[in-house]
Design a protein around this ligand. Structure first.
Ligand code: HEC
Ligand code: HEC
Ligand code: HEC
Length: 455
């Protein structure tokens, strides 16, 4: 149909305007991209040469290496750069992110598959800027947003330690990231938004131990990586240390709130937990917290752990409106009746408990031994059973416990292969009813199935 001629000129003019707007937008887009690329490129040139030169020649100094080893422990570098049964620091750990799967690289000094050919400046750039060799931008699954707080000296001590190790030849699998997240330079945008790039500054108003604790918790321990919730771009923008979901577990609120946090724990209890993974009457460490303890915090001095406890007690408490997780439960009273009753009268959960758990945790749930590492803990007055969030309990039952402490190896078998979803749910509900938090939602077979999948 012919266009009525009265309308034609305006339509043409509008069309022209649309084209110019599109062209302008396209040019602006190009400019923005170029700008981001330029900023990225500037980071790849970053090298605090004076500070690096100050520590030249210290790489062979045993004291400097020992300091680096301690710092690498405090930073839990092994925890992410190791696979089950693999060599420490040889990498290959998969990280499932919302953007695809990443593998931690080999950071032993092997020149071909590791970081053996990295200069001091290369290493400092990775830790401070998240930029790897040849300008390769690193994803923040590597906690450089925390390590950026380290001084050049501490960073080089860690490098000296890593370079004192035997090189391990180990190729790690290629990353599988989806477009557009596989464009590494674009991580610069994330950094512009979320990276607070500065070295740790002691607060002169606070004690020396408080500052030491703040440094260990914030710069090296990267506790917020798991205990602070993330936004859609995986930045930890939630209430600091107020709890988050991670790998199917709940990393609990560890602010000093007495309504959901750990405000009722004494400093000694927190030190004991970080040293051994168990604080009787409070919690035992399961899931992702196991690695933190067995690769990292158990190697720290008591003075450093106490400093961390001092700092954590001083951060703003965040209430999540529940009673302390460890406030729940008492020994089961009805076990004597259960003992005599015919099997078919006992609920499924109770039968499963007696058959699978009572040998170690006792009929009453009271445990065996004094509750220290290596004994069988009571099932009441602890976080996993007393939490309103039941994922950790279900996962502990399915996967068991395996944790190396300084004194003993702690072990509980996993029941995932022996019990089906229905049975794990019935057992979890029995444990919650008897020993746990009555305000927790009952566990369903569907929940168990979903937690099984998240391995
Ligand atoms: C929470 C897990 C995690 C921890 C803890 C961790 N890393 Fe990594 N690291 C990674 C991941 C994942 C990558 C790969 C990132 C990428 O490919 O973009 C990485 C990359 C690196 C790289 C770059 C290597 C290369 O070949 O590009 C270096 C160097 C490194 N880490 C050193 C360390 C040091 C030193 C520590 C301890 C202070 C440490 N990492 C702790 C997960 C971790
Ligand atoms: C890799 C993730 C991760 C990191 C890093 C991490 N945590 Fe945890 N944390 C967890 C998880 C998951 C739990 C719950 C463990 C459980 O169910 O037994 C937990 C539990 C805890 C608890 C017990 C809380 C309670 O109420 O039972 C404390 C205390 C704690 N973490 C302190 C720390 C500190 C301090 C750091 C830093 C040095 C840290 N965590 C780093 C994942 C992590
Ligand atoms: C062979 C002995 C053994 C058996 C059988 C056993 N457990 Fe355990 N359980 C342990 C040990 C050891 C720990 C870990 C203590 C630690 O982490 O320090 C533990 C920890 C737990 C925890 C975590 C407690 C806490 O304080 O956070 C729960 C919950 C639990 N067991 C439930 C069960 C259930 C339910 C069963 C039966 C399906 C069971 N256990 C069977 C030995 C056992």
């Amino acid at each position: 149909m012919p266009v009525p001629h009265t309308l034609a000129p305006t339509t043409r003019a509008q069309g022209g305007a649309v084209v110019s707007v599109l062209v302008a937008l396209f040019l602006i887009g190009l400019l923005v991209l170029a700008g981001i690329y330029l900023l990225h490129w500037l980071d790849t040139r970053y090298a605090p040469e004076e500070a690096i030169a100050e520590h030249a020649g210290r790489a062979d100094d045993p004291e400097f290496i020992a300091r680096g080893e301690y710092l690498a422990r405090a930073g839990d570098c092994i925890g992410c750069h190791i696979t089950e049964g693999g060599e420490p620091y040889a990498g290959g750990t998969p990280f499932d992110t919302p953007f695809g799967t990443l593998y931690s690289p080999n950071i032993t000094p092997d020149p071909e598959t590791g970081i053996g050919d990295w200069s001091d400046a290369d290493f400092v750039r990775a830790m401070h800027k998240g930029v790897g060799k040849e300008g390769k931008r690193l994803y923040p699954a590597f906690p450089y947003p925390s390590y950026t707080k380290l001084s050049v000296e501490d960073t080089l001590a860690i490098k000296a330690y890593l370079f004192s190790l035997e090189p391990v030849r180990s190729e790690v699998p290629d990353n599988q990231l989806r477009f557009p997240f596989n464009m590494r330079f674009a991580v610069k945008v994330w950094n512009l938004l979320y990276l607070d790039e500065e070295r740790f500054q002691p607060d002169p108003q606070q004690s020396e131990s408080w500052n030491r604790g703040a440094f260990l918790v914030e710069a090296l321990g990267h506790c917020g990586d798991c205990h602070t919730s993330r936004n859609l771009l995986a930045a930890t923008t939630g209430d600091k240390f107020a709890g988050a979901d991670i790998e199917g577990w709940r990393a609990f609120n560890i602010t000093p709130s007495t309504h959901g946090g750990i405000g009722d724990w004494s400093a000694e209890e927190l030190v004991q937990y970080l040293r051994s993974g168990i604080a009787p009457g409070r919690a035992t460490a399961q899931g992702p917290m196991v690695d933190v303890i067995q690769y990292s915090t158990r190697f720290l001095t008591d003075a450093d752990l106490a400093a961390m406890a001092e700092y954590l007690a001083s951060i703003p408490p965040v209430d999540t409106s529940e009673r302390p997780r460890s406030a729940w439960g008492e020994p089961a009273q009805d076990v004597v009746a259960l003992r005599g009753a015919p099997a078919e009268d006992k609920p499924l959960g109770a039968r499963l408990y007696v058959a699978n758990c009572a040998s170690c945790h006792d009929w009453t749930g009271g445990g065996v031994g004094d509750g220290r590492a290596g004994t069988y803990p009571r099932l009441f007055e602890n976080s996993d059973v007393g939490s309103r969030q039941t994922a950790n309990l279900v996962r502990t039952i399915m996967h068991g416990v395996h944790r190396q402490t300084n004194e003993v190896e702690v072990f509980m078998p996993g029941f995932a292969g022996m019990l089906d979803n229905e049975e794990v749910a019935a057992l979890s509900n029995y444990v919650i009813e008897q020993f746990g938090n009555p305000t927790a939602e009952p566990v369903t077979a569907e929940t168990v199935a979903s937690l099984r999948d998240e391995e």
